[in-house]
Design a protein around this ligand. Structure first.
Ligand SMILES: O=C(O)CC1=NCN=C1
Ligand SMILES: [Zn+2]
Length: 422
């Protein structure tokens, strides 16, 4: 029976629907990857209305037909851990990094996060919005259609709310879907030196304002040497959970403090970084629903020669997701495709695991498993057409942008620039 669509995407060489059951994929499940060949998608009113073969598509009608030229088509990627909204930049710290000054030492000297805090406090809401929009546009160009965005460069009520309002405005006006996280517990501001407990209480007191303005779904904390202890983090996140927020945590990024175990004990939606996760922590990830969000770009950039034990987590049965950790200090890149290459080279993840980690699992890591990261009838038509012959090709060919066309809610929002006529 002939169907009528707004848009048909046809002649798809490889279609990754990521439609393999509900819930995040854990352990061995991450090796599964249903691939449809010679496929087609029918779209109506911004939603996926039909998925079938190229031959079947020839009997259907469409206002617009897009030829995928036998190449790869996937869901829009989901980046579950970014510090998208900030002022200034930290290129001046490269020299310190090259001299071997550690990340935590730069922070201790008042640089790092605190340097960005200064720039963010000074920037107006409009300036922060303009800058975040620029970085978000670039994420879209890399095939990302859903993004988590954290605050955490204010460390005072006024600036934290300013950052969160920017994320809310972007989510309302920009094509991308944003998920907002309050990371007021990102570092100890100079005015609270030696008074970290009082500072955390001030951040907790903000939660009612955040809830009133619907400015965040998640609460996060930087559990790290010289920042917040495991016990402070446990108390802080449990208090946030009691107020109805979902929680995630920057854990075991640099020093192995045991934040991974604590994340699983309190039922965090995700534990992020986990480079120093202990065997006990890895086992706990396999036994609970806490998703391991791994950030190999940060390990690459901090240049400490150590990456998260992804293989150990997968063998333990954990759900693993991947992210850029886009931020001005430890991972200044919007390129989730490059993270896919690092996941292959440094985390030893297979292409199948990698694709599940940047779609299905990354969507569940930000409570969007029912809306993003999967192509199935009734879901938003958030789709990427890749200039690549198959899904192995993206992690293999690194450092470039492989997107050809990015579609959000059935509307083309990015097309690869073609070289001007010679
Ligand atoms: O350095 C930054 O701006 C972001 C960061 N927070 C915790 N680790 C890295
Ligand atoms: Zn981070």
């Amino acid at each position: 029976m002939t169907k009528q669509f707004d848009t048909i995407i046809e002649n798809i060489g490889q279609l990754l629907t990521m439609d393999h059951g509900d819930g995040p994929l854990k352990g061995k499940e991450m090796s599964e990857l249903p691939v449809l060949t010679n496929a087609a998608i029918g779209i109506n009113e911004g939603l996926i209305d039909w998925i079938g073969t190229h031959e079947e598509a020839q009997s259907h009608k469409a206002t617009e037909r897009i030829d995928a030229e036998g190449k790869l088509v996937t869901p829009g990627l989901v980046d579950p851990h970014t510090h998208l909204v900030f002022g200034g930049s930290r290129e001046h710290e490269m020299a310190l990094k090259q001299q071997g000054v550690p990340y935590l030492e730069i922070l201790k000297r008042g640089g790092g996060i605190l340097s960005t805090v200064g720039a963010t406090r000074e920037a107006s809401e409009e300036e922060l919005l303009k800058k975040a929009r620029f970085h978000l546009d670039r994420m879209i160009s890399y095939g990302v259609t859903t993004v988590e965005a954290k605050s955490g460069y204010g460390l005072d009520k006024e600036t934290e709310l300013k950052q969160l309002r920017v994320t809310k405005k972007l989510n309302e006006e920009h094509a991308a879907d944003l998920v907002s996280t309050f990371l007021g517990a990102h570092a100890i501001p100079p005015e609270y030196k030696e008074r970290s407990g009082e500072f955390l209480q001030e951040m907790l007191d903000m939660l009612s304002d955040i809830e009133k303005e619907d400015l965040a779904e998640f609460v996060d904390i930087f559990c790290e040497t010289g920042v917040f202890t495991v016990e402070q983090s446990r108390r802080f996140l449990k208090a946030a959970k009691e107020k109805g927020f979902s929680v995630k945590i920057h854990a075991d990024e640099i020093d192995p403090l045991g934040g991974t175990e604590m994340a699983t004990e309190i039922g965090a939606t995700s534990g992020d970084h986990l480079v120093g996760a202990s065997d006990k922590g890895i086992q706990a990830l396999g036994e609970t629903d806490t998703i391991a969000v791994l950030l190999p770009g940060t390990s690459f950039y901090l240049n400490k020669g150590k990456f998260a034990n992804a293989r150990g987590m997968l063998e333990a049965g954990a759900a693993v997701a991947l992210s850029t950790d886009f931020n001005p200090g430890s991972s200044p890149t919007e390129n989730l495709q490059f993270i896919m290459s690092l996941a292959s080279l440094q985390l030893k993840m297979t292409p199948e695991e990698i694709w599940n980690a940047v779609t299905v699992n990354s969507s569940y890591a930000i409570n969007r498993g029912d809306q993003a990261g999967k192509l199935k009838e009734g879901r938003k038509a958030d789709i990427v057409l890749w200039d690549a012959p198959n899904y192995h090709y993206i992690p293999y060919h690194y450092g470039v942008n492989h997107t050809d066309t990015v579609m959000k809610n059935g509307r083309i929002i990015y097309r690869k620039e073609k070289l001007h006529e010679q």
